[in-house]
Design a protein around this ligand. Structure first.
Ligand SMILES: Nc1ncnc2c1ncn2[C@@H]1O[C@H](COP(=O)(O)OP(=O)(O)O)[C@@H](O)[C@H]1O
Ligand SMILES: [Mg+2]
Length: 251
């Protein structure tokens, strides 16, 4: 089977700081992988290498089995990587439809903005994919009025709509209410339903456990272990995490 994404022996140093050491990581087709690990474990650094933001000090990155050298942010995007950050920049003063199509507007046959089609498409995405049920929300609503969870939804739907193959969520539930968090978790399930792959980072083990097919535990820049969630209970996973934090190993 061909992986959608594979990292081979990736290391990353920031001067004297060894952020990642010999990371081997795979993301399958239509797989959601959860990344777990303490603060400073290297999770965000790993993500920044995948998104082309950082160049690795050593190692190889493969997309769909093909090695990619000198990955940059635009190149990663071209390869189908989209990131949803908590602080994801939405244009707060702009309408929902503008935000969905920001930078990738649809034109009509005359080369003019096809506003009607963009609004229609936004309405369809809202009801079918974003699960927006509030009658207060329409394609013309300004996103500055949305809840944190709704804003995340906009970012995820945008990623899905524009054919991202790999959607990365780095601590997306930070600062969200319980209800918004639940919604976000459902968005991640939608990614899976849409046949895409995702990497999901959250400090809450329960969140990760409830959406991930597989969990990869990073400890001090190294892969400490990985588990299929179907093979392990939440309790067992929690106990393993405690053991890793205490001893640096699962044994
Ligand atoms: N740009 C940087 N310059 C120097 N050190 C960094 C930089 N980014 C991350 N680090 C260090 O690398 C390690 C891993 O950080 P990070 O990937 O942010 O961890 P996590 O996301 O798991 O909390 C930490 O020791 C952090 O201080
Ligand atoms: Mg981080």
């Amino acid at each position: 089977m061909e992986y959608r994404l594979e990292l081979r022996n990736i290391s990353k140093y920031f001067g004297e700081v060894r952020a990642l050491e010999n990371i081997n990581f795979q993301l399958g087709q239509n797989e959601v992988v959860g990344l777990l690990g303490d603060n400073g474990a290297g999770k965000s650094t790993l993500i920044k290498i995948i998104t082309g933001y950082h160049q690795p000090t050593a190692g190889e990155i493969l997309f769909a089995g093909k090695k990619v050298d000198n990955l940059t942010v635009p190149k990663a995007r071209q390869l189908g990587v989209e990131t949803v950050y908590q602080e994801r920049a939405l244009a707060e003063l702009q309408t929902l439809w503008r935000n969905i199509f920001l930078g990738r507007e649809l034109n009509n046959a005359f080369g003019l903005l096809d506003v009607q089609r963009m609004k229609q498409e936004t309405h369809r995405l809202m009801t079918q994919s974003m699960g927006f049920t509030s009658s207060a929300v329409s394609p013309d609503s300004r996103v500055g009025t949305f809840s944190g969870g709704e804003k995340q939804g906009v970012a995820i739907v945008r990623a899905l709509f524009f054919d991202a193959e790999i959607i990365i969520l780095d601590e997306p539930t930070m600062g969200l209410s319980l209800k918004e968090t639940e919604k976000l978790i459902n968005f991640v399930r939608d990614i899976k339903k849409a046949g895409k792959s995702a990497i999901f980072i959250d400090h809450n083990i329960l969140h990760v456990y409830s959406v991930a097919d597989r969990v990869v535990v990073i400890d001090r820049g190294q892969v400490a272990g990985q588990f299929l969630t179907k093979d392990i209970t939440l309790d067992q996973l929690m106990n393993k995490m405690i053991r890793v934090a205490e001893t640096g190993s699962f044994d």
